[in-house]
Design a protein around this ligand. Structure first.
Ligand SMILES: *[C@@H]1O[C@H](CO)[C@@H](O)[C@H](O)[C@H]1NC(C)=O
Ligand SMILES: *[C@@H]1O[C@H](CO)[C@@H](O)[C@H](O)[C@H]1NC(C)=O
Length: 408
């Protein structure tokens, strides 16, 4: 008798326990589903934790007067955003206290845009999409590599802009200039690729990406729409990730996945810098006196009602290098500058606001080299970067410049 009673009590307890267990699991699933964006990729991806948004240091942001004065205070939408933002920053005690970091990545801002940009409908579609998404600055991560850099210092981090479908480009980089290793003198080089989310129209590559990320440990992916005008968001997400996951890095190279980099030449250049230059470096192919293209047929068309003013001196986004020491001040300065659709111009604006001028280096050939030099390995051997090359060309050039048979 007593045995049956005990048995019943145990049964009851286990049932209660099961009910409890189920309810907690269920809760988790529900809240997970609420947060998970709709794309299939997200649901299948195990790593969903967004990178912590670090409270940037220093909290006091100084925007150079040269930069303030270079941007006219007038009716153009971006100019208005900048100047009202700066006024707010100058007054605020804690200029960076804002909404939850990815709050703005889910809204469309249609009313806001219609109210502020009277001729929005006349803008190219790409620019309209940019405007709708321009307040989204910290999209949640779909794939992270939290232990990428470990505790040991990294000398150079290759932070490569890629896209989900570019498997071949990424592999060519890993096989050649982006191979992670310890170079002479104990210089640690690491590589990460930054991807946006695949579009629902694309074939579902999520399982392949997942495999690639596990196999190589170098794929980062954040939940934002891949687009030419979201490259600014891509680089900003990179800066944020590096601050958080790889803060002890001496230099960061940011570039495209279709360039060839002469890594030994780049390391040689970085080692040759004196310490004051090494701690304030923003180097590459400098574009000094550019201004917005006003031809609506141009890929980089910028309407007058969106932005008025020149572009700051900036370095070409195909590949450039910055000091790790500038990462934190750069990131917090960028926070008070509204996103601009052209990523390298935007980075130039942030540096101008920070008071750091770009350093020209003839080894960075972001607009490619002379036609007749394109097969000449001795030319590549002297350069640091050439844009743009197919994965096959990258491998051929890399092999060639390292061949013991090559005499220049
Ligand atoms: C850090 O460096 C030390 C000494 O060079 C080495 O023994 C250790 O394995 C490194 N740790 C990592 C995580 O790479
Ligand atoms: C950039 O991504 C955000 C978030 O996915 C999106 O709202 C925005 O429209 C995108 N911008 C462009 C130009 O596609």
């Amino acid at each position: 008798m007593r045995l049956t009673q005990r048995f019943r009590a145990m049964l009851l307890l286990s049932a209660l326990f099961l009910v409890f267990l189920y309810s907690t699991v269920h809760k988790e699933v529900v809240s997970g589903a609420e947060q998970a964006p709709k794309r299939a990729l997200v649901r299948q991806t195990a790593v969903r934790t967004p990178v912590r948004t670090q409270v940037p240091t220093p909290p006091k942001i100084n925007v150079s007067s040269a930069f303030r004065n270079s941007i006219p205070e007038n009716g153009a939408y971006w100019n208005r955003l900048l100047h009202s933002g700066l006024k707010h920053t100058d007054k605020a005690k804690d200029p960076l206290s804002r909404d939850p970091p990815w709050h703005h990545c889910r809204e469309t801002n249609q009313d806001l845009m219609d109210t502020n940009v009277h001729n929005l409908a006349s803008y190219p579609l790409l620019l309209q999409n940019f405007l709708r998404g321009m307040k989204c600055r910290s999209p949640p991560f779909l794939m992270d590599q939290p232990d990428k850099c470990g505790e040991n210092a990294t000398f150079l981090l290759f932070a490569i802009k890629s896209m989900p479908a570019n498997f071949e480009q990424r592999q060519a980089v890993r096989d050649t200039w982006g191979r992670e290793c310890l170079h002479d003198g104990g210089l640690r080089v690491r590589t990460v690729f930054m991807l946006g989310a695949a579009s629902t129209d694309d074939p579902d590559l999520s399982a392949l990406l997942q495999f690639e990320a596990e196999r190589y440990g170098d794929v980062l992916q954040a939940d934002f729409h891949e687009s030419l005008f979201n490259l600014t968001l891509k680089i900003n997400t990179f800066l944020q990730w590096t601050l958080d996951r790889c803060p002890r890095v001496s230099f960061i190279f940011s570039g495209d996945d279709d360039v060839v980099v002469n890594t030994p030449a780049l390391l040689g250049y970085l080692l040759s810098l004196d310490s004051s230059k090494a701690s304030r470096l923003y180097a590459g192919h400098v574009i000094k006196t550019a201004s917005p293209l006003r031809d609506p047929k141009s890929k980089y068309f910028i309407p007058m009602s969106f932005y008025e003013g020149p572009y700051p001196a900036y370095v070409g986004g195909g590949g450039f290098v910055i000091s790790g020491a500038l990462l934190a001040p750069l990131y917090s300065t960028c926070e008070v500058i509204p996103f601009f659709p052209i990523d390298d111009v935007y980075v130039g604006m942030c540096f101008s606001a920070l008071g750091v001028s770009p350093e020209a280096h003839a080894g960075f050939q972001t607009f490619d080299i002379r036609e007749r030099d394109r097969e000449n390995l001795c030319v590549y051997k002297k350069l640091i970067l050439v844009h743009r090359r197919s994965p096959q060309q990258v491998k051929r050039i890399w092999r060639g410049i390292h061949s013991p048979l090559l005499t220049c």
